[in-house]
Unconditional design. Sequence first.
Length: 420
Amino acid sequence: MTLIDAYLARTPGSRALFERATESIPGGSTRTTVFNPPYPPYMVRGEGLRTWDVDGNEYRDFLGNYTSLILGHAHPAVVEAVERQVRLGSAFAAPTEIEVELAEEIRSRLPSVERIRFTNSGTEATMFAIRAARAFTRRPLLAKFERAYHGTHDTALAGTPGVPDGISNLVIELPWDDAEGVERTLAGRESDVAAIIIEPVQGAGGVRPASPAFLRFLRDYADRIGAVLIFDEIIAFRIGPNGAQGVFGVRPDLTTLGKIVGGGYPLAAFGGRAEIMDRFDARRPGALSHGGTFNGNPVAAAAGLATLRYLTPDRYERLANLGERLRTRLTDAFTSAGLDARVDGIASLFQVVAGSALHGEDSLSPTESLFLGLLVDGLHLAPRGMGAISTPATEEDVDHLADAVIGRLAAMQPAAVPVS
């Protein structure tokens, strides 16, 4: 039985749902990032580390809705907070105390965030942070890094179909972790740069952290040219109690947040220096507009607050140790077996990279084969090989994942190679 045959036999319910969905939804779902050939599994339930699809298959979930479920599925503290708030009301055309409490919790963790505002998605968070930087500096250009992902608004997707040239021309792409390259790329245009935005730990770019020295350079360089430095910590905030800026010791002007701050619900945020953020203060003449029917909605705020309060320094340390255990086991096995593969990452984030020397099955690429093979094994990563460890995970869970990854990649070797 081929790999695709095994997947088809295991997931007839998902196949039927996919075929039904494509009649109403282009691609079968409303998220491009969750598609995988021949079709994705359709989930019905999650608890802790585990999820179940419509066919009753059980998975150990090492993706956690793309890193957002750091406490796993249906964590009791989050469920309790959400249920309590839902009974009080799910949304109001007025602010609530719970959004103030969440703002205070985030500010206590990120000293750089003097003021903060909430949105519904990371896309909105980066969009408003960039707009704030442009308003503050009165400059047009945004500088971002190669392979970066900052959401799906036009500025973030400059140079792609549907984005006008007039917008794309206001975005400059910088080389990663290359101080001289940054200065060379922006030479002569420094006075037009409103902001430099960077993920301190790239997500879609391969779970690669920037070097602390490079982040320090960006801090000094942004000050020198009068630009706003934005840290997109929508993923990176999970690497420590004080986010990536706490781990690396570099203070940005603005920070964008999402994923774990919503506790599994749609909520994100942007914040930073008061003199920049106060431009959204509605009491000021000419204040920047920032509406949104569900901005800071109390249900998501309750979930986010419960999540952050559960995440003590000890729990962050445990997650980082599990991440290091996984990366060490994989790296050692890849080396000893001569596998063309590597694992990157930091703290509880990781990325498995299957090399081109490996042979995918059923005309699939090595990366696609790894993803589909792991689904058949009852393990869920991102189709590109990215994953995140959540608090319900144990050493046994991490070892099980490592063994499965090693086995799947070893099967793709051009010739049989023993795996120790």
